[in-house]
Design a protein around this ligand. Structure first.
Ligand SMILES: *Cc1c(COP(=O)(O)O)cnc(C)c1O
Ligand code: SF4
Length: 517
């Protein structure tokens, strides 16, 4: 066994290059004490500690081990003992000289993150006490009992959809309320009392507030509206299909909460609609007749606003089709209204997952949205399905920094959810242009995760551009006039994707900030 490998030889050379010096007795005694422990105990840590200290003396003050009465032979015996005792025969030089240094350097990389993440991006678990206070305030303002607040029915019954109710629940500048009423003539606003309780009071840049309460920009950012029905992507009733083997059933136009950054806002429409049974039957028929289709994503709106019976029926119909091998349900309800996740629903999920793998795909954009309640909902779901995956949207002021996005990925993983995608906020709906983030900001955030987060806490960074196109630097062919030129991996087709406006992005007087006096 080569305990004097090159690292250890280098270490010894460095140690004994130093000079013999007179040192205070306490300093010498400290090292001698360590040496005795290193020699007498069958442990590695005193040996490592001794070598670390000796290395420090040599490197800082050019002091040789001789100063402590330790000879080369003494240390050689310890080096041998270290490699013999270690289960993997790691040498003392390898450990002290290399491994510990690498760990120190690695720690340096996450130092800023570790010091700031809980300040910049507290989770809903960390903010729980304040959220409970918010909840009490909201219950009182809207006259909701504790029992009602804790049921889905109670949440939906007391949903906040107009300025008057909103004003009872959150404190905003006068101008904001008049803008909100302007917006709600064109776009819907809806938040549940639970989701409203996640908003921190008197905080104009609250990341939950930005996601659910619209600001004047939503109507001011007029531009080309996307057509309400994606006729070019819908080969059959309720179906959207870009890909040969994966498609979506847009099962409802309803959500428990409407996001200010919703890409589907045009599908959501102005009114809740209950779809006819025949619509679902025709969608299933299309899937049944097209044998290429392997993976079916039931989305909306929000799939969990559908009644349990209907969810059960759709899943069962899909499970009966041989060529459908996997299924997905798209929902934000565990975040916006976790009270919905009842045992009946969980049983339905498990029953279908037993037949063929079922995933639940959700959208969480900030660590603040993970509370003890939503965490429990996700834990319960994750026990019954193959996986719970998150699709976050990169949003200005919400999650556009390493601290916020890394923290999000870690906190959701701790809530049994796996980061799946991060979408660059799309250019197609001008109403949320003020929330867009430049491509490169997202690249820095996501690429910075490698080596610093667990591999399965790292999502893929994606642009929605006629299918999901990766935004890795290597997939960007060029830039032109504020656009990036991307390549669709599956066809080689080039797509132009307008980047966020850099100047607009740097303008911090947006959303609720602009109401600051
Ligand atoms: C997102 C989406 C899918 C699913 O894409 P994956 O990359 O498999 O997650 C399928 N069809 C449509 C229309 C979509 O928007
Ligand atoms: S939950 Fe999804 S579909 Fe519903 S409003 Fe939010 S982004 Fe749009």
């Amino acid at each position: 066994m080569d305990y004097q490998d090159t690292y250890t030889q280098e270490l010894f050379d460095l140690l004994f290059k130093g000079k013999k010096r007179e040192l205070p007795k306490t300093v010498v005694d400290d090292i001698k004490g360590l040496y005795i422990a290193a020699e007498s105990k069958d442990l590695l840590s005193p040996i490592v500690e001794l070598f670390k200290k000796l290395l420090n003396f040599a490197q800082k003050d050019n002091i040789s081990p001789i100063s402590f009465g330790l000879s080369k032979d003494d240390l050689d015996a310890l080096a041998k003992k270290h490699a013999q005792l270690d289960e993997h025969h790691v040498t003392v030089g390898g450990r002290v000289f290399r491994a510990l240094k690498i760990v120190d350097q690695a720690n340096e990389r996450v130092k800023y993150y570790m010091e700031n993440k809980d300040i910049v991006a507290p989770s809903g678990i960390e903010l729980w006490e304040q959220i409970l206070k918010n909840k009490e305030r909201i219950k009182k303002a809207l006259n909701i009992s504790e029992e009602e607040f804790n049921t889905y029915h109670g949440q939906i019954k007391n949903v906040i959809q107009d300025v008057e109710t909103l004003a009872k629940v959150i404190d905003l500048p006068e101008k904001a309320f008049s803008d909100i009423s302007r917006v709600t003539k064109k776009y819907r606003m809806r938040l549940t009392p639970y989701y409203a309780s996640l908003i921190m009071p008197n905080k104009l840049d609250d990341p939950v507030l930005i996601q659910c309460v619209p600001t004047g920009e939503m109507v001011d950012n007029v531009g080309i509206e996307i057509p309400p029905v994606a006729a070019d992507h819908s080969p059959a009733r309720l179906i959207d299909q870009f890909y040969p083997r994966v498609l979506t059933i847009k099962s409802t136009n309803m959500c428990a909460m409407y996001c200010t950054h919703c890409l589907r806002i045009a599908h959501i429409g102005k009114k809740d609609r209950i779809y006819k049974k025949e619509a679902y039957e025709e969608a299933i028929d299309y899937i049944r007749k097209n044998e290429n289709i392997r993976d079916v994503l039931i989305t909306g709106g929000d799939a969990f606003v559908l009644p349990n019976k209907l969810i059960k029926w759709i899943l069962n119909e899909l499970d009966k089709i041989d060529h459908v091998k996997v299924k997905r349900l798209g929902t934000r309800i565990p975040v916006t209204t976790p009270q919905r996740i009842d045992n009946e629903l969980l049983d339905i999920l498990e029953e279908s997952n037993d037949k063929k793998p079922l995933r639940v795909v959700t959208q969480i954009n900030t660590a603040q949205e993970i509370t003890p309640v939503s965490q429990k909902a996700f834990k319960n779901i994750s026990k019954r399905v193959m996986a719970v995956l998150n699709q976050a949207v990169l949003l200005k002021g919400v999650n556009d920094s390493k601290e916020k996005m890394w923290k999000l990925c870690e906190v959701i993983q701790e809530a049994y959810v796996r980061p799946y995608y991060i979408f660059n906020c799309s250019f197609r709906n001008p109403q949320f242009a003020h929330l867009r983030v430049p491509i490169e900001v997202g690249q820095d955030i996501v690429e910075g995760m490698y080596g610093n987060l667990s591999g399965d806490a790292i999502p893929r960074y994606i642009a929605t551009a006629g299918g999901k196109v990766p935004l890795h630097r290597s997939n960007i062919i060029g830039r032109d006039n504020g656009n990036i030129i991307l390549k669709k991996p599956w066809s080689g087709e080039e797509v132009r994707y307008p980047d966020a406006n850099e100047k607009e992005y740097k303008n911090r007087g947006f959303s609720f900030f602009k109401y600051k006096k």
